[in-house]
Design a protein around this ligand. Structure first.
Ligand SMILES: C[S@@+](CC[C@H](N)C(=O)[O-])C[C@H]1O[C@@H](n2cnc3c(N)ncnc32)[C@H](O)[C@@H]1O
Length: 404
């Protein structure tokens, strides 16, 4: 990517442009084709709807991740161009970092290692970090990678097994790191954040990284680096904007809406994709059945199911799911026909979703800019950009903040 990193003034301008775009077109990206048989926008844009519905599952799969390439009826191309321009964000500049001992890489799974190396190579602060604080550290791989030549390291993590493994790994590497079991949302977390810390968070979910931004600025940390993920993992039913600009927006985001940026599955292998497709086609078929059995034309959520559910015959799957959800027992059905309708619906859903997907990155950037603007209000200079290719991780945006 060659787009420039956004300057301080551009942060607000871009946020406002994204806000206008997302508010104006919310009727297109909010409704979920998976839960609605007919989407309200289809009445306004019948040509586009019919074109998308006529495509196959394979065609949808081929367009996944690059919906803007579709030659679909208006206003698709125009929306795609706007979405792409508004979501454009450059790579953060890379710095050469000292080689790390080979033993450090041994325990880190391949993809995670590449993410950590990419993250570390983008950290540029005027004052070198003296004490890294790895926030929601897991086993602390990122912190260990960063802490070298006498830099100190504290890792906060609430899963005791990960804390113990992390401590054992640090010990084996001869690193004097502190691995603390800590719920970062608990009041006691504030005591573990000191002004001299440089907090880093790689893929800390919704509330967890927001808490870091709030505590780090309140505790007076000079600098921090955060790559957010799972914006929808929040305790409240609706998103709580952080910055003045986002608080002034009319956009009200539900947890469901916040899941939109996460709906890209670049990392799934072929077997996982096949299983996911079958699970969705069967659920969509069951959805048609339950509407008929209950006599209520409304989607009924179904819980996550163990993989062996998909090994059952389709009729058994429907019977068991009906029992689980308290739906009347299905009588005689044409199961083959119903299953085929589920697969047909899946093809339509996946293709209709391509329109929603144009708004995925704009919404993610809106959320990231809310964080950036909040930190700016707290006196930080903020840089924003990607730190790795999206195929390595779709959550590839990094926020660097530094106080003078
Ligand atoms: C997606 S993982 C990222 C881990 C690590 N940063 C990495 O990149 O490998 C999120 C981590 O947050 C931890 N976590 C979840 N809720 C937490 C909480 N309330 N307090 C502290 N850690 C938490 C999880 O156990 C998990 O290790």
């Amino acid at each position: 990517m060659t787009e420039p990193i956004l300057s301080a003034e551009q942060l607000l301008a871009r946020f406002q442009a994204l806000d206008v775009f997302l508010v104006r077109h919310q009727a297109l990206w909010r409704p979920k084709p998976f839960v609605q048989l007919q989407l309200p926008w289809e009445r306004e844009l019948p040509q586009l709807a019919a074109w998308l519905r006529a495509r196959t599952l394979q065609q949808a799969e081929a367009s996944h991740g690059r919906p803007w390439e579709l030659d679909a009826p208006a206003p698709f191309a125009e929306l795609a161009t706007q979405a792409k321009a508004l979501a454009a964000l450059g790579e953060l500049p890379q710095t050469a970092i000292d080689a790390r001992p080979a033993r450090l890489a041994v325990d880190i799974p391949g993809r995670k290692l590449q993410q950590i190396q990419a993250f570390a190579s983008r950290l540029q602060f005027a004052t070198p970090a003296g004490h890294w604080l790895d926030w929601c550290a897991g086993k602390g791989h990122l912190g260990r990678w960063l802490a070298h030549e006498g830099q100190r390291l504290t890792c906060l993590e609430y899963d005791p097994a990960l804390v113990a493994s992390g401590a054992a790994l640090s010990h084996r590497q001869g690193l004097d790191a502190r691995h603390l079991q800590q719920d970062v949302l608990a009041a006691s977390a504030a005591g573990h954040l000191l002004a001299e810390h440089t907090p880093v968070a790689l893929h800390a979910c919704g509330d967890l990284h927001v808490r870091l931004l709030q505590l780090a600025s309140a505790r007076g940390c000079r600098q921090l680096a955060v790559a957010p993920c799972c914006y929808n993992r929040i305790a409240t039913p609706h998103y709580q904007p952080l910055s003045t600009a986002a608080q002034g927006s009319s956009l009200q985001l539900s947890r469901d809406d916040l899941g939109l940026p996460l709906s890209e599955t670049v990392t799934a292998g072929a077997r996982v994709r096949r299983q996911r497709d079958q699970s969705m086609a069967w659920r969509l078929a069951f959805d048609l059945l339950q509407r008929q059995l209950r006599g209520v034309d409304q989607y009924l959520p179904t819980p996550p199911l163990a993989a062996d559910w998909l090994a059952k015959p389709f009729a058994r799957f429907c019977h068991d799911l009906a029992a689980l959800r308290g739906v009347p027992t299905p009588g005689a059905q044409d199961w083959a026909e119903l299953e085929a309708r589920g697969w047909q619906r899946l093809a339509e859903v996946r293709n209709l979703e391509l329109l929603r997907h144009l708004f995925r990155r704009p919404l993610e950037l809106w959320l990231l800019l809310d964080r950036a603007l909040y930190l700016q209000e707290q006196g930080y200079a903020v840089r924003l950009g990607s730190f790795c290719d999206y195929r390595l991780s779709p959550r590839n945006l990094l926020l660097l903040a530094e106080r003078a």
